[in-house]
Write a protein that binds this ligand. Structure first.
Ligand code: SAH
Length: 345
């Protein structure tokens, strides 16, 4: 990769500073920022910039972009799964989902992942590298152009652990929220984490009212450590303590993701223990029938079991939903497309 600067990797103020240092007025930085958020990949298309500035910028910088390797459209619900190639050849996945309230895009934050969750396909080959802020934005602007419709919501739930790439994720979120960028409200953005405690607390102080989703998946350390190695570093109690701080500080409801795995974490006892542990936290529980991945033996809980589990939580006053499975016919869950592709090569 060339070492030219990618302006999409800079925050808005950093970009302004860069232009200032070049002796350019700050409205030029704003113009470039706007174009980049519209997905323009060639300076020649930035028609409101003088020609000599366009060629100066071309010399100094590159404009990153992603290209399609594979695109799968679900016939069941219109979900679109993208396998995308970055400028250095690495592959990532993004998913577009259609809901009544708008279009949500699920983006990747790293190439691979080092968290090691046993049920997840993204982590099998380990972490390759972090995505830059620009590469996160590229997924959004590219898909928005591809479908020709405005994306209203973003979830950081694709490949990678967003809090393991903290600074780049913050820069991306501030840019995408910026009125001169895509202007997507923080309330329309969710970040999902396996529970990196210090970073959850740090995030609670960012003055960024996004929804925090925490992949809990178990009510106690015994079960959680078996399926999520990160639990050996941050126990269930520590994670819940951090969630309480997040909810208390931001006044935002935390979502707990709970993948229902048959015979592992789906008993009535498990539901009761979970209810006791999270009772005092402003939260919502999302039960997800676990998606089968080729490399692992886990299978999803039976639907009556999931309903029984939900009932216990609700009896304890905890709002609970069972996640609708989208894109079931296109291998839509995290990391499976990238994995399938690299196996074929
Ligand atoms: N690293 C972050 C975000 C990426 S994973 C996190 O751990 O939250 C996004 C979500 O998909 C997480 O809740 C994760 O636990 C879940 N997930 C991963 N593999 C899954 C599978 N096979 N079935 C169901 N959910 C899965």
């Amino acid at each position: 990769m060339s070492d030219k600067i990618n302006f999409k990797d800079l925050g808005f103020d950093e970009l302004k500073k860069y232009f200032q240092d070049m002796g350019q007025p700050s409205y030029r930085a704003e113009q470039v920022f706007k174009w980049l958020h519209q997905g323009v990949t060639d300076y020649e298309q930035m028609t409101n910039l003088p020609k000599d500035l366009r060629s100066l910028l071309k010399d100094k910088s590159k404009i990153s972009c992603v290209t399609i390797v594979e695109k799968k459209i679900s016939r069941l619900d219109g979900t679109i799964k993208y396998l995308l190639r970055l400028d250095d050849g690495n592959l990532i996945e993004s998913v577009l989902m259609r809901y009544k309230h708008g279009i949500t895009i699920c983006i990747s934050t790293q190439v691979g992942c080092r968290m090691g969750c046993r049920f997840c396909a993204s982590t099998i080959g380990g972490l390759v590298r972090h995505l830059t802020p620009g590469e996160m934005l590229d997924q959004v602007v590219f898909i928005q152009k591809d479908v020709g419709e405005r994306i209203t919501n973003i979830v950081l739930m694709g490949i990678g652990e967003p809090l393991d790439n903290y600074d780049n994720v913050m820069t991306f979120l501030r840019n995408v929220n910026h009125p001169k960028g895509l202007n997507i409200g923080y309330r329309h953005i969710s970040l999902s984490t396996c529970g990196l405690v210090e970073d959850i607390i740090k995030l609670s102080k960012e003055n960024m009212p996004i929804t925090l989703s925490v992949s809990l998946h178990a009510p106690n350390d015994e079960i959680r450590s078996k399926i999520m190695p990160v639990n050996r570093r941050y126990s269930v109690d520590k994670v819940l303590e951090a969630c309480k701080i997040y909810a208390d500080t931001t006044k935002r409801r935390v979502t707990f993701e709970y993948a229902m795995i048959s015979g592992v974490n789906d008993s009535i006892e498990n539901a009761k223990e979970l209810s006791e542990k999270i009772k005092g936290i402003l939260c919502h529980v999302n039960l997800i029938p676990v998606n089968k991945i080729a490399e692992r033996e886990y299978s999803k809980s039976r639907i009556n079991q999931i309903h029984a589990f939900k009932k216990i939580l609700e009896q304890n006053g905890i709002s609970t939903t069972i996640r609708r499975e989208l894109g079931g016919d296109i291998n839509a869950s995290c990391g499976q497309l990238r994995r399938g592709y690299s196996e074929k090569q």
